[in-house]
Every structure is written in C-alpha cells, then in structure tokens.
Ligand binder design. Structure first.
Ligand code: KIV
Ligand code: ZN
Length: 515
C-alpha cells in the first residue's frame, strides 16, 4: 500500500488567532498554548510577529526556546528590519521558520502599498533572500492572494522560490474565495509555475463567508500540502480555518484525501478548552468536533441507533478527539504534590512557589464545595491565577447579593483598590446586574460591557460556572474570565479581571497594526 503524503499543519492561533479583538494573550499564556500544540504534534507553530512589540518579541523568543518537537515561526513583513527581528527572536529554536509576506492583489498594491507590481516582486525577492541567509526554512505569503491575478501570482511565486522560499502560502485574506475556484487556483499555480516542485504549497483561509475549512480542503485536494489554521477557528474578523475541523476531516475521510497528518488528535478537546479559557472566547455548543453538543444525541431514534451500533449516527469517536478524558483527577484529600504533578501533565507551570501555593489554596477551597475535580477545573484554577504580567490593581474582597422572588435584587460589593478597601451597594435588574452596578459605583471605570457569557466548565449542578466579560474603553477591548461554583461570584471575578486587564499598560493595541 502506498504511503500517503504528509499534510503539514501550521497553527497560527498565537498570531492570527490573537488578532481577534480582545484575544491578546500574555507570554505565560502563549507558552502554555504552544506547549499544548507541541504535545498535539502540530508541525509548525506561528508564535507571533516579533517586530510588532517587545512583548511579541519576548513571547516568540520564549516559545522558540521552550518548544522542541515543532518548528517555531515568526511573521515578518517583507522588510529588512522585520526579518532581522524575527531571526533574532527565533535564535534559540530547534527548528526555526521565518514567514515573510507582501500583498499581491491589485487593490492592495495600488492603495495600501502604493507600489507598481514589479516593485512588489523586487521587495519580495529581497525579503526572501535576506530571510534565507538567516534560516533555512522560509515561508513566503502573497497577502490577499484570493483576489490576486493568477499571472502575477505565477511571476512573484516563481521569483520567491528562486530566491529560496521553501513554503509558498496562498492566503484568502478577506475570505472571498469559494471552494471550486480556490481549488482550481491552487492546481493552476502548481501546474504553471516551473519551479513549483521546489516548495511546499500552503493555504491560509479566512472565514468571512463561512468557507475557510471548505476552501482549505479544496486546496488540499488540488495539491496544497500545508494548511494554516487555528484552534477553535479563532482569528481576525470571522476567524481562520479551524484546525480541529481540517484535521478530523482529513482523518475521517481517508477514503477521499491522499494525505495524512501526524497529529495526536486526542489532544484536540483539551487544547480547545485551554485556548477558550485563555482568550475568553467561548466555544459555541454546536461547533463541530469541540462544541459541547458535537457528540450528543438528542433524538430518540438517534440514541437508539447509537446504542445498537455506534456508526449508525457517529462518524468519529468522541474519545479520539479527547472527549471523556475528563475523568476525576483530584479530590478533597489530594495533596500539593498530586496537584503540582497533574498541572505539569497539563503543561501548566507557575513561575513562583507563591503562585503555586495560591493556586493550591484555591483548589482546596473548590474541593470543599465540589467533590470531583476535573482537568477543566484545574485549567480554570490556573487561569484564575494572578499573572505576573497583569497588574492586580482591583481585587474582589467580599460580596453579598440578595435575590428573592418579588424583590429587586441588591448587591453589596467590597473591592480592594491599590491596597485600600471600598464598598458600594446597588440595585439591578438581576443579581449580576446589581453586582456590576456596585462595582461600577466603586470604580467609575468608564468601560462599556460588550459581552457577558456563562458556561458550565464540567457537568452537574455543582459544576463551576465560567464567566466571560468583554469590556471596551477608548477602543481597547479585553476579555475577563472568572470561575466559581457560584455564578454571581464568577461574574464579579470576571468583571474585576477585565478591569485589571484594561488598566494594565500594553505596548500595542493590535498585533498586526502599524508596527
Ligand atoms: O490573512 C493573511 O493574509 C495573513 C498573512 C499575513 C499570512 O494572515
Ligand atoms: Zn490571516
């Protein structure tokens, strides 16, 4: 039997994924996600955009030094200074890739770059050459390729491969393509470019029309051998192609695809949860593969069929993507060592003993209220930890909420601000509203609430509720998270977390903005 060709999985959760408004992550959070991606055996991790800010540089550097089993990549525009900065950040990597890009569509060249096509080719060639002098693995992307002219793409790609590009990426930057046309485009490029066999062809699809996964798969059918994607489909605007959907489509339909990936798919659900917890972007229940209902059968006919023969209604096994791995791991009597060991197994490491001790205290407190502690609970405890990178100006000291039928809900909240306690009381339309009004009475933050959502971390009425609060102030958006078995307390924690995030100085507002 002939061996199938390898499909390279390039994850850009930490770069394009971070471009979702409010999804910015700290270095520690990025490291945790990078380690999870490595455990899942992702081939390439795009760790960030090194020149975008000192924070981005540090994150790419830390990931390059920590990851050994995946290639670590940094994005760079086709500019000398970007390429040099990327190479510097990647110095400690076992396997490093520089990803350089320039726009190739008429609209981008004319209005954004204000350069004639020949000058764009010249700049691309110069960038690829410079990158190849620094690392052996260079990816070149034609930004907005989905709206570029095929003749021009053939010219610039041939020149980029001659200059040393080892991967050529065809992004559908604005999510404009449709599967037939995009697949045909990839086939034509492979057929028409004389040196196409010297590089791996890749695709990077955005989901503006909900077609990112379909377009990526059409490209694979037509010869693409790398797909760029993100966990949970996170990414700029409507997001990128979702990693879990691409990988499981290829794996489930081996009768159709001539390729296979090297991924350990049993890490998909835990990694999805981790990304959702860290970014504060909940996963919709009906999301393919990783949504809470992805393997739930509601109709009696379906349930009956599955009980008789699983394949009647299931095309994948839930455990193959990591569902049901949430067996009880720890309980009330578990000690500090068991706690630390399980966290290490989940790739969670605290920078100081004090942080570990604080997390352990939170674990004990939770175990008193909830007998069975799952991995998901531990992830929430870790995310709840005071991060060294986020100043904790505001702290929830205590709260008292009254919610009774026929009585207007009232909340009394005490916060510590810069070491001093402040208390306020307020009414509201519900207990959460009253709590938020009381917090605002204390802080007068001037933030507007853009999103409030509650999810149950595990099942059962004793489960922790995880609340996401998105706040906006002066164009800056943050997502605060809070977890507790009491959802009103979780709501207060999430609001306070968001206030801390919005008050922490950041070096940039948008990772791919003007750098
Ligand atoms: O969408 C896009 O074009 C990109 C490139 C930088 C690859 O993210
Ligand atoms: Zn993109």
């Amino acid at each position: 039997m002939s061996q199938k060709e390898h499909l390279v999985i390039f994850d850009t959760t930490l770069r394009d994924g971070e471009q979702s408004p409010g999804a910015s992550m700290t270095k520690t959070e990025k490291l945790r996600i990078a380690k999870a991606l490595e455990r899942m055996r992702v081939d390439v991790i795009e760790a960030g955009f090194a020149i975008a800010s000192p924070g981005d540089f540090d994150a790419v550097k830390a990931i390059a030094e920590a990851v050994r089993e995946s290639t670590v990549c940094s994005l760079s525009r086709a500019l000398d200074k970007d390429i040099d900065r990327a190479a510097e950040a990647l110095q400690g990597a076992e396997s490093a890739r520089i990803h350089t890009f320039i726009a190739t569509s008429p609209i981008h060249m004319q209005y954004k770059l204000q350069l004639p096509p020949d000058a764009v080719i010249e700049q691309a060639v110069r960038a690829v050459r410079r990158a190849r002098n620094l690392v052996s693995d260079v990816e070149f992307s034609c930004e907005d390729a989905g709206r570029s002219e095929i003749d021009f793409l053939c010219r610039i790609i041939e020149a980029a491969i001659d200059a040393g590009a080892t991967t050529i990426n065809i992004p559908d930057t604005v999510g404009y393509a449709v599967p037939d046309q995009f697949g045909t485009m990839i086939r034509q490029l492979l057929e028409r470019i004389p040196n196409a066999d010297k590089a791996v062809f890749s695709v990077h699809c955005h989901n503006d029309l909900g077609l990112a996964v379909a377009n990526s798969l059409a490209a694979v059918t037509n010869g693409a051998r790398q797909v760029e994607c993100t966990i949970n489909g996170l990414g700029e605007r409507a997001g990128n192609a979702s990693l879990e959907e691409i990988v499981m489509a290829v794996r489930t339909r081996q009768d159709h695809f001539d390729v296979q990936t090297r991924l350990d798919t049993s890490h998909i659900v835990p990694t999805s949860r981790l990304v959702s917890t860290v970014t504060g972007f909940p996963v919709q229940p009906n999301k393919a593969i990783v949504g809470a209902n992805a393997f739930a059968h509601e109709s009696g006919i379906h349930q009956d069929g599955v009980l008789k023969h699983r394949e009647t209604y299931e095309i994948m096994r839930a455990q193959d993507v990591g569902w049901h791995t949430n067996s009880i791991v720890l309980g009330k009597h578990s000690g500090r060592n068991a706690f630390r060991t399980r966290l290490q197994e989940l790739g969670i490491q605290f920078e100081t003993e004090t942080e570990l001790n604080e997390a352990f205290a939170r674990f004990k407190d939770l175990a008193d209220r909830k007998h069975e502690i799952f991995d998901e609970d531990l992830q929430a405890i870790a995310s709840d930890s005071k991060s060294l990178e986020v100043e904790e100006r505001f702290k929830l000291v205590c709260m008292n909420v009254c919610s009774e039928t026929g009585v207007i809900p009232r909340a009394n909240v005490t916060l510590m601000i810069d070491g001093k306690e402040h208390t306020a009381e307020s009414d509201g339309s519900g207990p959460v509203d009253a709590t938020y009004q009381a917090i605002e009475a204390i802080t007068s933050s001037g933030c507007s609430l853009q999103l409030y959502s509650v999810n149950s971390i595990t099942s059962g009425t004793d489960a922790q509720g995880e609340v996401t609060v998105r706040l906006e102030r002066g164009g800056r958006i943050v997502n605060g998270l809070g977890a507790d078995t009491d959802i009103v307390i979780a709501s207060a924690k999430a609001y306070v977390h968001a206030l801390n995030l919005i008050s922490t100085d950041t070096q940039r507002q948008h990772p791919q903005g003007d750098v």
